[in-house]
Design a protein around this ligand. Structure first.
Ligand SMILES: [Zn+2]
Length: 395
């Protein structure tokens, strides 16, 4: 049995079997009358009346408009107040760890930075402390938090809630879901960070109307999340999208993995920053680097062109291989619309033109800036909790 069983053994209302079934049905259908709920759930009208009364008392379910009478009293339609149920979300990346609280609509209500610690137990204990303080500060009833989603750098086993291996974090076999779940007493769902971002784009972003899409992470390293026919591709060993250390540029930049020309040294900002430092003798931060590109500084532009070439190859190779509708370049490099995104799009069009094929693939930057991981991780909780309904952030 999965360690992250959907219905945890709890007498608390929201996670009780009957209440969660009513909420899941309302979530799927948007609004229902009490008699419709009884039919859809198979529960007795008396049980539905009692559960609905309890959920209304807690403010989670509201009465809306009256429907047409079919002889007797007019039925009253019920709906969920999406601002009264919450999801906790964690982003665990090499240079960027944070915790957040979201509502059921995917609105981020609060975020807090989490100081990095290489010891997973220490980092996860700190995450528990920060989340607990956040729940208290936001005066959130714990019972109204449906779960915790975690986007983490590395190869993950989502069913077991475990990081198998994370080169970037230096972690091996870390049972995140059981460590966090035991302390927070909430169901915990984890996913690789690029996969979480791909899901956020599918549910809320650029890939919303696409059947097949890819999200390329270009922030803390390179990785991709791939959506095939609206579902996440995981592969046989959960390694789908681990593209960071496939050499794309022959005799290219040396990589920390020992090879040359991997995608990673072209997109990991600290590597590019170090190269700029060696070329110019100046150390620049992200903001300064962006300014240099905008002012068309030749050395900065040279580095951007190298990154653009590496990303264009990645987009063309894997995009055409998978026949994608949308490729989203997330993170830092996706914000360079002209120098990176348009370059990748033009290269893609040119490659296909050689074969006489018109290009219908859209390459775009992400609109979520740094929130894609948190949104994707929160979406996982909705996806699993409301499974098999699976329409996260249904508003
Ligand atoms: Zn490498």
């Amino acid at each position: 049995m999965s360690l992250v069983s959907r219905h945890i053994n709890s007498t608390r209302l929201v996670r009780s079997y009957n209440a969660s079934t009513v909420l899941q049905t309302l979530y799927k259908h948007g609004s229902c009358s009490r008699s419709q709920l009884a039919k859809l759930t198979g529960m007795s009208p008396a049980t539905i009346t009692r559960i609905v009364a309890e959920l209304m008392e807690q403010g989670i379910v509201l009465e809306g408009r009256a429907g047409k009478s079919t002889g007797g009293r007019k039925p009253i339609y019920l709906h969920i107040d999406h601002s009264k149920l919450y999801i906790a979300s964690l982003k665990l990346l090499r240079d960027d760890c944070c915790a957040a609280l979201l509502d059921l609509k995917g609105s981020i209500l609060h975020t807090e930075h989490l100081a990095w610690n290489a010891q997973p137990e220490v980092l996860l204990n700190d995450a528990v402390k920060i989340l607990s303080a956040m729940f208290e500060k936001e005066q959130v009833n714990r019972e109204h938090i449906i779960g915790v989603g975690v986007a983490v750098s590395g190869i993950c086993h989502p069913g077991e809630g475990r990081v198998i291996r994370s080169v970037n974090l230096g972690w091996e076999d870390v049972p995140i879901a059981s460590i966090l779940g035991a302390q927070l007493e909430l169901p915990v769902f984890i996913e690789n960070d690029a996969n979480a971002c791909a899901l956020a784009e599918l549910w809320l972003g650029a890939a919303k109307d696409a059947a097949n899409s890819m999200y390329i992470k270009t922030e803390e390293g390179a990785g991709a999340g791939i959506i095939s026919n609206k579902a996440l591709l995981s592969g046989s060993r959960f390694m789908t999208g681990e593209i960071g250390h496939i050499p794309v540029i022959p005799q290219g930049e040396p990589c920390r993995c020992g090879q040359q020309g991997c995608l990673e040294p072209y997109v990991y900002f600290r590597d590019v920053q170090a190269r700029y430092g060696r070329m110019s003798g100046k150390r620049v931060d992200r903001g300064q680097f962006i300014e240099l590109v905008h002012s068309r500084d030749e050395q900065a532009l040279r580095l951007v062109r190298e990154t653009a070439s590496a990303l264009a190859l990645a987009c063309a190779h894997w995009g055409i291989l998978l026949d994608l509708d949308v490729i989203t370049i997330g993170g830092f490099w996706g914000t360079f619309k002209q120098d990176i995104v348009e370059h990748c799009q033009n290269y893609y069009i040119a490659i296909l033109r050689q074969s006489g094929i018109p290009c219908s693939t859209t390459i775009t930057g992400s609109d979520f800036s740094e929130d894609a991981d948190l949104l994707g991780a929160a979406g996982l909780v909705i996806d699993r909790w409301f499974d098999p309904l699976s329409v996260p952030f249904n508003r």
